[in-house]
Design a protein around this ligand. Structure first.
Ligand SMILES: *[C@@H]1O[C@H](CO)[C@@H](O)[C@H](O)[C@H]1NC(C)=O
Length: 356
């Protein structure tokens, strides 16, 4: 080899090594791998019948909680080969026990893979509509159900749209109207990784109604959980990779205008809003590297963060629950209700806790 070529080769090797170094540093930074997590426990019990995750949980004003369970998600462990299921539980009952919802209608239950969920209550007749992000065969679509008393969901329709290509979570704002987050611009893992390493904010929020579907907000690094303020004027989006919750104002024509970003210092997943106080509750992943590696001997932990007065000049961010994974692995959601809290996970159990 000519000396000139040797120098070039050495330079190329050095550049590659530097790139790999930067990539590692960036992954550690994004996944918060250096952050120590204190343990902070609450008075909790495991919810019966929930053994394969409850990725999302949402609670109606009258105390009925809905849970999506058994998610199969690329890159995440899942310990059941069964399709996913929906559960309901009544928090007004002295010993709330999740009951599997029977799904009626035209939906393939064998490939049901429920992810983010949202409920919409029609003021006119009190009907309850349940919106569920579904990933049959790794696709993304939204199922709309009507909750028919006791333990039945009636499937009304499936929504598919080219803009809804990698849906993570959803918030319903009408009987057939919703905002949804896309959590990744690409299906392929290597492309996803590249986008993340380069810090390209390519994920978005889509507004959908039977009349139209369009991007309502873009430029987000890792759009994940989404929810709405009690007065329905603001939309909250968790940017899981930016370790922040973004606040958007709903404008005429359902465009979202960015208001601000509140730092949370963790990889927060789903967002629930206390219907009384408007406080924001987040189920978060304290160490993203542990979650993606998944070693049962060194399990991924769980973390619940609350934001009080999110719309004020000085939002108060506080840690409400933290565990190293020995009690609860990979929390994704924390749903409050009158002094109680349900904490759900990607693939583990769910906790029912007292906040008093
Ligand atoms: C986060 O997870 C990685 C991968 O398992 C591990 O090397 C690192 O020590 C963890 N960080 C903390 C603070 O526990």
């Amino acid at each position: 080899m000519a000396p000139g070529r040797k120098v070039l080769l050495a330079a190329a090797v050095a550049a590659l090594a530097a790139l790999i170094g930067v990539a590692f540093w960036r992954i550690n930074e994004l996944s918060l791998a250096y952050r120590e997590l204190p343990v902070k426990h609450l008075n909790c019990q495991y919810l019966k019948n929930i053994d394969y995750g409850a990725e999302d949980v949402t609670i109606l004003k009258d105390g009925l909680a809905f849970l999506s369970t058994g998610l199969h998600f690329p890159g995440m462990p899942s310990f059941s080969d069964d399709p996913g299921k929906m559960y309901v539980l009544d928090l007004l009952h002295p010993k709330p026990t999740p009951v599997e919802l029977q799904i009626k209608g035209d939906l393939d239950l064998g490939s049901f893979n429920p992810h983010g969920i949202s409920v919409y209550q029609d003021e006119a007749d009190d009907s309850v509509y349940l919106f569920v992000v579904n990933h049959p065969q790794h696709n993304s679509q939204v199922e709309i159900f009507r909750y028919a008393e006791e333990d039945t969901l009636v499937h009304l329709k499936t929504v598919t749209h080219p803009l809804l290509y990698s849906v993570n979570d959803i918030v319903a704002v009408g009987v057939e109207h919703f905002y949804a987050t896309n959590d990744s611009p690409f299906q392929y893992y290597l492309l996803q990784l590249l986008v993340v390493l380069l810090g390209l904010p390519l994920t978005d929020v889509v507004y959908y109604s039977p009349q139209e579907a369009r991007v309502a907000a873009g430029g987000i690094l890792g759009a994940n959980g989404i929810n709405v303020s009690p007065d329905k004027r603001y939309i909250y989006v968790s940017d899981i990779l930016d370790h922040a919750v973004d606040v958007f104002e709903r404008q005429d024509g359902e465009q979202l205008v960015f208001v601000k970003s509140v730092a949370v210092g963790s990889l927060c997943d789903n967002i629930e809003v206390d219907h009384r106080t408007g406080d924001v509750w987040l189920g978060c992943h304290p160490n993203g590297s542990k979650l993606s590696k998944y070693d049962p001997k060194d399990p991924p932990g769980s973390e619940v963060i609350q934001i009080k007065d999110i719309l004020s000049e000085r939002p108060v961010v506080s840690l409400e629950y933290a565990d190293d994974g020995r009690q609860l692995m990979a929390s994704t959601v924390a749903a409050p209700y009158e002094g109680k809290l349900i904490i759900g996970t990607v693939f583990h159990k769910a906790l029912y806790c007292s906040l008093r």
